[in-house]
Design a protein around this ligand. Structure first.
Ligand code: DC
Length: 231
């Protein structure tokens, strides 16, 4: 059966990655979490004092971009891929609220987007059979993707999910802070000048505010099989 590219875009904490990972596994496709790439660049900036300090300096981060090497490597324990930044496993370090606070800002930087979009396009041109999630996959990275989904849910529902995730990781956060971060990121992601978050014309809108994981997966999986069957 012919393999396709599946683009899953949408607001933060809509559960894109959970459904995308499961879909990739069921179809025998690879999964690429593009948010992890923006998070890793943000983590690099924080670690080097280019952002998050009084003397924040995005220009220095841009100058350092050629030194930033990102790789996904399989993790045999989780069965997923982990993000490596210059050889260091940063899979956990990039998921903190601290990184979430700055990642939308870093994602507005043209040079950052250029570097990461180029890498993502290359991943898709090397082989099909890929599920990629992010904000601009169906619009910019793979405008010709055969199957596009745009995920959405209410900010409160998304903040609840994220809050639980962060508490499970042992972070000390308040629900109000998480909700504030969700709203701020929505605003920055949807209003930035370069490739703002928007639904591709041919994407299917999927509101999962009141839908469990199982139902989401089944619906999206059925849809994907129908699209693949038509190729
Ligand atoms: O999916 P996520 O929440 O891990 O993504 C983190 C941030 O990265 C998000 O706020 C916006 C940015 N992002 C982006 O601009 N383009 C993408 N393709 C993926 C993520």
């Amino acid at each position: 059966m012919q393999k396709i590219i599946i683009a899953i875009d949408g607001y933060s904490s809509t559960g894109k990655s959970t459904v995308a990972k499961r879909l990739a596994k069921a179809l025998g496709y690879s999964y690429v979490d593009t948010g992890a790439m923006y998070r890793a660049v943000t983590y690099y900036g924080l670690k080097n004092g280019f952002i998050g300090t009084d003397k924040g300096n995005l220009r220095a981060l841009i100058e350092d971009l050629p030194k930033i090497e990102l790789k996904f490597r399989p993790n045999s324990e989780s069965g997923q891929s982990d993000m490596y930044l210059n050889g260091e496993n940063v899979e956990n370090a990039i998921r903190t609220l601290e990184v979430s606070k700055y990642v939308s800002k870093v994602s507005t930087v043209e040079a950052v987007r250029r570097k990461l979009v180029d890498m993502q396009k290359k991943m898709g041109s090397e082989k099909k059979g890929i599920v990629m999630d992010g904000r601009d996959i169906g619009t910019v990275v793979f405008p010709n993707a055969e199957f596009k989904i745009f995920m959405t849910a209410s900010p409160e529902k998304r903040a609840q999910r994220r809050y639980k995730e962060l508490l499970d990781r042992g972070e000390q956060v308040t629900f109000e802070d998480v909700l504030k971060n969700v709203r701020e990121r929505d605003h920055i992601d949807a209003t930035r000048k370069i490739s703002p978050l928007q639904k591709a014309e041919d994407a299917i809108v999927f509101d999962n505010s009141d839908m469990g994981l199982e139902e989401q997966f089944e619906r999206i999986h059925d849809f994907a099989l129908r699209v693949i069957g038509k190729q």
